[in-house]
Every structure is written in C-alpha cells, then in structure tokens.
Design a protein around this ligand. Structure first.
Ligand code: T46
Length: 142
C-alpha cells in the first residue's frame, strides 16, 4: 500500500461536567480532553433503523466519538484484539487512533454522534477492505 499504518489505540474517555443547578456543560479542548490537534468535526444523526455504519479502518487518523444524544455501539478491532463500546452519554468519548477497524450499530432514533478528528477528510486514509485491514494488522503484529 505504500503507507505505514500507525499502531492502534482504543480508549474510553470520561469528561467532567462543569454543570450547576442550571444544567450540564462539558468543554473539550485540543491536547487536553481531546488528545490531538482538532482539524475537523462531523456528526451523524437520524440514522435509519437497523443501519450499520463504518466497516473501515484508518491508516493514521485519530478520532473521538461522543453520543451527544441517544446511544450507539462501536465494535472495534485492533492488533490487540476486539472490543465493543456502548456510547450512551455526552460524558463518555471513545478515542480511536491508528489502525482500528470499526463498525457502528444499534443507533437509537435520537442518536446524535459527534466525531472529532485529527485531520481533514481524506479518502486515501481509509482502509475499506477488511482483507487489506487484516494484512496491515499482521504487519503491525510483527
Ligand atoms: C469514521 C466513522 C466513525 C465526507 O465527505 N467528509 C467527512 O468528513 C466524512 C466523515 C465523510 N464524508 C463522506 C464520505 C462518504 O461519501 O460522507 C459519506 C459518508 O461517510 P462514511 O460512509 O465513511 O460514513 P461512516 O459513518 O461509515 O464513517 C464515518 C467516518 O467516515 C469515519 O471516518 O471513523 O464515521
């Protein structure tokens, strides 16, 4: 492929609220709560029932996903194994860095999934073939 994927890292992040009697407020800053420089945000919402999304990895993109409303599940796979993560709170983020295969499912009707990314959109960073992902993963494991 000509591009070396970076080692993967998946972590759940818990954000502190600055809430008071008026309600909750969470602030996210680059290099603080978000462990990278922020170059892009996007959000996924009004996902149709039973839809699954993702089914790709990234060469080097770092992202934090947060369900601002509702819930969804991320199934992720790295060279260190597989795990599932329920995102069901604006206080919880899922950090994914490097070579991480991701599939998203079980979107609630009210799910608004915010994603904060370390790079601008670049289709060349996507690995959309599971076989290509497994090959890249085997290179990392060596
Ligand atoms: C990821 C998961 C969590 C753009 O033009 N710009 C963008 O910034 C993004 C994110 C997407 N697109 C285009 C590419 C496709 O034509 O929007 C269309 C839908 O994207 P995709 O099918 O990749 O969406 P998901 O939900 O499968 O994956 C997205 C992100 O692409 C991906 O990086 O990690 O959410």
């Amino acid at each position: 492929m000509g591009i070396n994927p970076t080692e993967s890292d998946v972590r759940e992040l818990l954000f502190s609220s600055l809430g008071d009697s008026r309600g909750e407020l969470i602030a996210l800053e680059q290099f603080k709560e978000i462990p990278f420089e922020i170059k892009r945000i996007y959000y996924i919402f009004q996902t149709a029932e039973n839809v699954k999304r993702g089914f790709h990895a990234h060469q080097s993109l770092k992202q934090v996903a947060i369900a601002l409303s509702g819930s969804c599940v991320f199934d992720v796979e790295t060279e260190n194994g597989s795990s599932s993560h329920l995102l069901d709170s604006p206080s919880k983020g899922l950090y994914m860095g490097g070579l991480v295969w991701r599939e998203m499912r079980d979107f609630s009707h009210d799910c608004v999934l915010l994603v904060i990314a370390s790079e601008c959109y670049d289709e060349a960073d996507y690995i959309r073939s599971y076989d290509a992902f497994k090959h890249q993963k085997s290179l990392l494991a060596q």
